[in-house]
Design a protein around this ligand. Structure first.
Ligand code: NAD
Length: 480
């Protein structure tokens, strides 16, 4: 059985205590590989390796850094089909999604930041004829990049690329639930010829190494994407050491459909926002609020759409709905459906597991589920479910829907559907979230600030925000 090893100082190495976790294919429920479960000794080795590689990587001209990182982007493109298949098997997502979204975006992340770094510069502030200040952005040193399982390679590369390009060395910690493409990425780094120690990839359970990573003074920053609960732990661990921390966490995003929307567009995107990637996207619109005047029709049309989304073998190219990521997650999502029923929710479609025939009969499939008749303040509407489960609620007016939209602890993203541009601005001004989409969902420009308010995030990544996070700012004042 394939063993997924750590990549430290240019070597593929087993964990120092020999401990491995089983890695399951969620579409079959079968273990198909083993992944290193690193401990603090492994973490210390990775930190040492990144720390020692830093001075020479920092001194490497930007042009040279870009050259080697572009090779990484090109190798990902060359191996797109292999990586997409691996991502689909590891995560349960349809191959059609991995091959059009996850893997292309991973190479784009490297390409985009390779271009952006050539334009990144500091400000200058002349003081009449007295002096001039110029602002430098300096690499930090060894930094930690921690990523979740829902978009495994896509989100890991989104952090690694800017961190490396500004001159930091990296200790990457992919999710132990979906480690395969991160392992393949370590082979790609090796093939591209990145100097030893510049990137180190540590596998296994985060809780085993979080404290070591957060406490070590050689680690200068932690960029984390994952749940709010883990973000809170890491923030607490890092705070006494004054470590830079960027936290991209959970969401419970509202999707607001006004009566004057472009109905067809709103309906199509409501389905995507609720169920894409099995509802396992932090930006998913899992709380749908529809104006009461179009509620019945919208609801029925969405149910008709969702009912056609039959989960099935992720590797079948026609499949649009795959398995959720793990048994534990499958049980968690199903438990929220039960809770919704207990709270008086009416299941309009789905509401149960799905058992395809053949090889996938023991996989973790859940039918796309839409639920109405729930209080906007109940647990199902307040807590992140992160599965193919959305609620739908009619609203009377703007004031009511804005209050409900802002009522959760989260504030990651929101969508607003209306043809009235004044209303769109008015509502967007009052929505507490880091991203507001008007008449769209998930339309991303890599230059824009990405992140959440409230319990969804601290700081912003994306574009120059990522470079700013991964650097220290220095003002130099020169008197004439
Ligand atoms: P998670 O918090 O369980 O794990 C995320 C990562 O943190 C994993 O690599 C894990 O091993 C590591 N980790 C866990 N405990 C740790 C510790 N004590 N110290 C250091 N690392 C630790 O999250 P998940 O279940 O993998 O991912 C789902 C969550 O991610 C959802 O809440 C989702 O909304 C969120 N997410 C947010 C964004 C965003 O950009 N805001 C994007 C994708 C996913």
């Amino acid at each position: 059985m394939k063993e997924i090893l750590n990549y430290i100082n240019g070597e593929f190495c087993p964990p120092s205590d020999g401990s491995f976790l089983e890695n399951e294919n969620p579409a079959t429920g079968k273990v198909y590989s083993k992944v290193a479960n690193s401990n603090s000794e492994d973490a210390l080795k990775a930190i040492e390796s990144a720390h020692l590689a830093f001075p020479s990587w920092k001194a490497t001209p930007v042009k040279e850094r870009v050259k080697v990182i572009r090779k990484v982007a090109n190798l990902i493109k060359e191996k797109e089909a292999l990586l997409a298949k691996a991502e689909s098997i590891d995560n349960g997502k349809p191959l059609s999604v991995a091959s059009t979204v996850d893997i292309p975006r991973a190479s784009q992340n490297f390409e985009y930041f390779c271009d952006a770094i050539t334009q990144y510069s500091g400000d200058a502030f002349p003081m009449d004829d007295t002096a001039i200040n110029y602002v430098k952005r300096e690499a930090l040193g060894a930094v930690v990049c921690i990523s979740p399982w829902n978009l495994p390679l896509y989100l890991l590369t989104w952090k690694i690329a800017p961190a490396l390009l500004v001159g930091n060395t990296v200790i990457a910690k992919p999710s132990e639930v979906t480690p395969m493409t991160a392992f393949m990425l370590s082979e790609i780094f090796e093939e591209a010829g990145l100097p030893k120690g510049v990137i180190n990839i540590l596998h296994g359970e985060g809780a085993r190494i979080g404290e070591t990573l957060a406490n070590d003074e050689r680690v200068k920053a932690i960029s984390f994407t994952g749940s709010t609960a883990t973000g809170k732990v890491l923030n607490q661990l890092a705070a006494p050491n004054f470590k830079k921390v960027s936290l991209e966490m959970g969401g419970k995003n509202p999707n607001i459909v006004f009566e004057d929307c472009d109905y067809k567009q709103a309906l199509t995107h409501a389905g995507l926002a609720a169920f894409a990637n099995q509802g396992q996207i932090c930006l998913c619109g899992s709380r749908l609020f529809v104006h009461e005047s179009i509620y019945e029709q919208f609801k029925n049309d969405l149910v008709a759409k969702a009912s056609k989304l039959i989960p099935g073998d992720p590797l079948n190219e026609k499949t649009r709905q795959g398995a959720v990521v793990s048994k534990a997650h499958y049980e968690k999502v199903l438990s929220y459906i039960e809770l919704a029923k207990e709270l008086g929710g009416k299941v309009l479609c789905g509401g149960e597991a799905h058992h395809p025939d053949g090889e996938n009969k023991d996989g973790y499939f859940i039918k796309p589920t839409l639920i109405e008749n729930l209080d906007p303040y109940c647990r199902v509407n307040q807590e992140e479910i992160f599965g193919p489960v959305a609620t739908i609620t009619p609203f009377k007016d703007e004031e009511e829907v804005i209050t409900w939209a802002n009522s959760t602890p989260y504030g990651l993203s929101a969508s607003i559907w209306t043809q009235d541009i004044t209303k769109a601005h008015r509502v967007s001004d009052q929505i507490q979230s880091g991203i507001v989409w008007i008449n769209t969902w998930m339309l991303r420009d890599l230059r824009t600030p990405f992140g959440g308010m409230k319990a969804s995030g601290v700081g912003r990544e994306g574009g120059y925000n990522a470079f700013n996070f991964f650097t220290e700012t220095k003002n130099v004042c020169i008197k004439y």
